[in-house]
Design a protein around this ligand. Sequence first.
Ligand code: FAD
Length: 433
Amino acid sequence: CFCKLKGSIDDCTCNVDTVDYFNNMRIYPRIQSLLGRDYFRFYKVNLNQICPFWADDSKCAIRDCHVLPCQDNEIPEGLKGEILRDIHFNESPEDKYRSDAQMTDCRHSSRDHNMELGFLNTTISTENYKEFERWQRHDDAQDNFCVKETSQGEYVDLLLNPERYTGYKGFSAHRIWRSIYKENCFRPENSPHIFIQSSKINGMCLEKRVFYRVISGLHASINIHLCSKYLLVPQDSLQVSSDNQWGPNLEELQRRFSSETTGGEGPNWLKNLYFIYLLELRALAKAVPYLEREEYYTGNEIEDEDTRLAMDDILNVIKSFPEHFNETVMFTGGTEAQLLKEEFRQHFRNISRIMDCVGCDKCKLWGKLQIHGLGTALKILFSGKFDRWKPTLNNLNRKSFFLERSEIVALVNAFGRLSESIFELDRFRGMIR
Ligand code: FAD
């Protein structure tokens, strides 16, 4: 079978079979159920930001490409900032520790900052507020791998807008991928294709290989999704509505990934999917102590408690899996390594800007979310903030809450997308059998 991969995953200490088993049996069912929770299904995004690189050519091929933003009454009250719990921002860390210690599990909350800032603005002194803002700006500049959206955006219900075949292809889609690979990935000299031939990858340094592999793995994942939820009725039918018109298209998968049709590269692209999966898994594992303390607040007590239990359950499974991607060997050694790290970050930030140029709203929504999630994983791995993060007295200070709600939502959803791709590949293998 062209999609039955063998052997180890390059730049990791693990093989494909181990990931298949771990993901399909242990992670996939859990993450699917977690992503149905209110905390994770509502994502705030601005799909109307101007493309900074070329004139907008947005054109949805079929009706299904549109994204439906949420109506106000559909958004959980807690996410709108209407139910605000006490944030002890004005207190000294010691006071905060004491009052938090009275809470049963001392969880912290990373609600959307814009609402939060509005709230904080009215409750803290101007001086503290300015300091908070200064700290935020500094943090953005230093640690973030994605460019922040300049305006607020709207909440989208991800369950109502699933990632699937949209008919987005041709010049516009190719321009995005070309610009990502050719202008924003590190490349060996004289590499004529969009992709980097596998024979040339090993000549690059680890950091540059990692960059290419995560982008290629994400590309593979997006294309697997569109193959597994392909439009099975003719495209000119604009009456697309019921779910049974979407299903797996094995021929399309074969065209995109078999050795014969891709000059031998397809199986490497699939392996890159396993690579990005292990990288994001490692980021989640590293952030476990932090994520265990998150409140997952939506304003509905029962829902929030269930989300915390589901999150604790999946984090325990993640903790039980040995680590197979080692970020500590990257960017080591002197100034040169630091310059490379900065270049790596700037390249990735540029890719997050390119997402505003995607010419199909649904592809843009999922493209933005997955780049945001991957950027959050890179921030966890490389900002240094999570290296020895422990819930200590100092960490209860509001200033050391490093992740916004939207980052957590993007990270978990992005990982869920990769988990589903690996699961879907197995279903395709079953179809072939
Ligand atoms: P493309 O996928 O466009 O690839 C272009 C070239 O890149 C290929 O010819 C090959 O040389 C190389 N390549 C292909 N795969 C890889 C890889 N994994 N690694 C390295 N190189 C590779 N379409 C949908 O139907 N639904 C979606 O939700 C969707 N989301 C998208 C999100 C983004 C951000 C983008 C840019 C596109 C999205 N698309 C989506 C479009 C889809 O990815 C393809 O571009 C489109 O289906 C056309 O496919 P293609 O066969 O021409 O090759």
